[in-house]
Design a protein around this ligand. Structure first.
Ligand SMILES: [Ca+2]
Length: 207
């Protein structure tokens, strides 16, 4: 048996500890009450939203290489091809940033994943990107890929004769079976004449 007088000081019922314990018991209850009230209000606010969200859910994606494009875009190269980004170089079509491809004897590509699985409409989809050949016209391709086995779903490769940013648009395709697709711009050359092509403002829209 331990006599009361022998108890360690840390176990003694000090007045200060008692007051602290009372505060600690009350504070969580007050917080819980506030949380429940807030939850009820948020619940009421969102109760009527699902139908509106479903109607407003966009079946489109857009990316203008802004912010940190390396987190979203995946450069691919072969031969002497190179692919990278211009950040705040004054070369973008929109915003501050753009991508670029470079090749003389090889190819370079930039691709980006687009999660389409949650889109309410995706039976007729079209991708676009703007490309700017530097120092003369160039043939640039825009493709949509199924990453499951890497099947190319559609491709278009127009010759861009101008010196500014020019739009490339794919044909319309059905993406209803797919959860994610990749949109890819690719530029290849085999004559050794090295050339840059800038890229900006990719989009994928479905209806
Ligand atoms: Ca941009």
């Amino acid at each position: 048996m331990i006599n009361k007088a022998d108890r360690p000081a840390s176990l003694a019922g000090l007045p200060g500890r008692t007051r602290l314990s009372r505060v600690q018991r009350r504070t969580p209850r007050r917080g819980a009450k506030k949380f429940l009230t807030l939850t009820a209000v948020v619940g009421l606010v969102f109760a009527g939203l699902p139908a509106a969200i479903a109607q407003a859910a966009p079946s489109r994606f857009a990316d203008g290489f802004e912010g940190n494009p390396a987190q979203r875009w995946e450069p691919l190269t072969s031969g002497d091809g190179r692919a990278d980004f211009d950040l705040a170089q004054g070369l973008a079509r929109s915003g501050a940033d753009n991508g670029w491809l470079y090749a003389g004897q090889g190819w370079a590509a930039q691709r980006i994943a687009v999660p389409v699985g949650g889109w309410p409409e995706r039976s007729s989809c079209v991708a676009e990107i703007y490309a700017q050949p530097v120092g003369g016209g160039a043939q640039v391709a825009l493709e949509i890929w199924d990453p499951n086995g890497w099947h190319k779903l559609t491709s278009t490769a127009p010759f861009l004769p101008g010196s500014g940013y020019q739009r490339i648009r794919t044909s319309r395709i059905d993406l209803r079976r797919l959860d994610t697709v990749y949109v890819q711009a690719i530029f290849g050359k085999d004559d050794g004449a090295r050339q840059f092509v800038r890229l900006d403002d990719v989009s994928l829209r479905c209806s």
